[in-house]
Write a protein that binds this ligand. Structure first.
Ligand code: 3PG
Length: 407
């Protein structure tokens, strides 16, 4: 694929997809963490200093979730992170948005509205189909180049990520370039034992990864925590009680239980799930074995399991960790996430941490420098590590072939 070095962006209008999907407090609406804004600052500054008219496109959360917001505040936080004025227009391709793009001077930066306000965005179609979307048809006449710096969303085949690549010359931004190089090199040099520690709430991604890395031999062990652990405990035949079952069902993961049962059978001894968990009883932490789970929310993995998890991690030569082990925002249930991070930091193995939440926890604990690489992308890095092609990267490669041959 092309990089920014392949284009002369001076005076040109560049549409850049970034990923500033950030934790937002559902009550106050305040952005809680600006890590992703800071990560993209470098590429944005570079384009501006090279005289590009930079138009930024990004998403925040998903429709229906309580952190699905406009980008008004994101523009302010991004301006601070970049150290330059980032203008904002509260629409994506309305006449107001188009006028704002046409009014840009070289060096100026404009952030368009949350692209997931637009209903075609999440249809999951091919680049050719996405090229016929209203978004691409509306914006492409106004732009000279498309740059994708949104590594964290590169596993999604969505309009703003793959739709422009067949229509205008496209390139990877600096964040995308770096992530692909570092993770690509790590994958080529996997030392064993290799451990995947998978937590967080996106259980479908974690289960897919578990299957792939055990099947292709990348991982020797998969340590599960977070919501995915609850699904495995249920699949293994333990009674996790209706509160936890209902939660899994509400997240749409009921059909994952059979899948997990099948994985436990196919890879005996390879998938390590907690033997004890921490539940919330009237807001307090209670550690219980998986044979004795009360009808209360499981918020963390248990202390006994952490001893075993930490031992496996310390002895590993390669560790890929993704997603927090529990509800770490509450200090009582942060023990699992913290212990796993501690174990990774004290292990001599090569480590890659992915996912906004665990990365933030890592930095907050002062272990940022102890990890070999902290990836800006959770799902994207884990898909890549599972050996799955990333849709947005494939689109960039196809675009380079298409446009470079034309010249
Ligand atoms: C992420 O935070 O993993 C990316 O921004 C992708 O978000 P999504 O899982 O809602 O597509």
């Amino acid at each position: 694929f092309n990089t920014i070095d392949d284009f002369d962006v001076n005076g040109k209008t560049v549409l850049m997809r970034i990923d500033i999907n950030s934790p937002v407090d559902p009550n106050s609406g305040i952005i809680l963490d600006d890590t992703r804004m800071k990560i993209h600052a470098e590429t944005i500054k570079e384009l501006s200093l090279k005289g590009a008219k930079t138009v930024l496109l990004a998403h925040q959360s998903r429709p229906g979730k309580n952190d699905f917001t406009t980008f008004k505040q994101h523009a302010e936080v991004l301006s601070k992170a970049v150290g330059m004025d980032v203008k904002y227009v509260d629409s994506i391709f309305s006449s107001t948005a188009k006028e704002a793009i046409l009014a840009l001077e070289p060096g100026q930066i404009l952030l368009l509205e949350n692209v997931r306000f637009y209903s075609e965005e999440q249809l999951k179609r091919s680049p050719e189909e996405e090229a016929t979307s209203v978004l691409v048809k509306s914006l492409s006449p106004l732009i000279d180049y498309f740059i994708n710096d949104a590594f964290a969303a590169a596993h999604r085949s969505q309009t703003s990520l793959v739709g422009f690549t067949t229509v205008v010359p496209s390139a990877a931004g600096r964040v995308m370039e770096k992530e692909l190089t570092v993770i690509g090199n790590a994958l080529e040099n996997v030392q064993h034992p290799c451990v995947f520690a998978l937590g967080g709430m996106k259980a479908d991604d974690s289960i897919m990864v578990t299957e792939n890395v055990l099947e292709n031999g990348t991982a020797d062990y998969v340590l599960v925590s977070g919501l995915v652990a609850n699904i495995f405990i249920w699949a293994a035949g333990y009674d996790i009680k209706s509160t936890n079952e209902n939660f899994i069902e509400a997240r749409g993961y009921l059909d994952m239980v059979d899948k997990c049962r099948d994985l436990i059978k196919r890879f005996p001894g390879k998938i390590i799930y907690p033997q004890d968990v921490a539940v919330s009883v009237l807001g307090d932490r209670a550690d219980v074995t998986i044979e004795n789970i009360p009808d209360a929310s499981i918020f963390d993995i248990g202390r006994q399991s952490l001893i075993e998890y930490s031992k496996i991690i310390r002895e590993a030569k390669t560790i890929f960790a993704n997603g927090p082990a529990g509800v770490f925002e509450d200090p009582k249930f942060a023990i699992g996430t913290e212990d796993i991070i501690n174990a990774i930091a004290s292990s001599e193995g090569f480590s890659i941490i992915g996912g906004g939440h665990i990365a933030a926890a890592c930095v907050n604990l002062g272990y940022g420098d102890k990890m070999d690489h902290i990836s800006s992308g959770g799902g994207a890095s884990i898909n890549m590590l599972a050996g799955k092609p990333l849709a947005a990267v494939q689109a960039l490669e196809a675009s380079a072939e298409l446009f470079n041959n034309k010249e």
